[in-house]
Ligand binder design. Sequence first.
Ligand code: ATP
Length: 221
Amino acid sequence: MKRDYAVIGLGRFGGSICRELSREGMEVLAIDLDEDKVNEFRDIAAHAVIADSTDEHVLKELGIRNIDHVIVAIGDNIQASMLTTLMLKELGIKKITVKAQNDYHEKILNKIGADHVVHPERDMGKRIAHNIISNNILDYIELSDDHSVVEVKAGNKMSGKSLVDLDIRAEYGCNVVAIKRQKDIIVSPMATETIKEDDVLIVIGADKDISRFEKNLVVED
Ligand code: ATP
């Protein structure tokens, strides 16, 4: 039978991925060493099995090679996470997403050949930090080591001014790629678009430029 995804490790992170994928109608094979965890997912995932993912024979028996995308959400046991990733890679899994516990773990996962390494605690910490700096910063998404996208409430500093008045691109080197205005989304807004206080701007740019933009136009005096 063709399954869409496998999730290995059903802790808070892996469990949440498994629930959401299943809720979206995907066929998920849920795997954990722990019997209680697996029982919890019997009615949620299409298949839930007790297995040790560091055992290559077990992985083969589960038919993991027929699954295109495997998510490794083993956090605490870094050795098990790395070994599992390595074996999945050797078995030829097309896409492997792995949760990293720390920067060192992340580095090794990249070397082993994980396709996508996620670091939820660190990334969420960054997002919340930006929100703490200003209530007007609604979200922050890291695109690379030095580029990001921020979602900001226009607020009183930008209200009533057009993009050309604010000269965001020339002054700050950032681009406003979209404006959310109530239910509408204005994609690639014209330079003459006048900003309203409750607008939400989606801004893309280098971190250092975004940081100046936040300081000067987003954070209220
Ligand atoms: P989270 O931070 O996502 O809440 P957690 O702290 O609940 O995670 P972890 O110790 O990070 O739990 O591990 C996640 C799950 O991975 C656990 O339920 C654990 O039983 C499972 N797990 C650990 N090693 C293996 C393994 N070799 N094979 C299968 N599952 C494993």
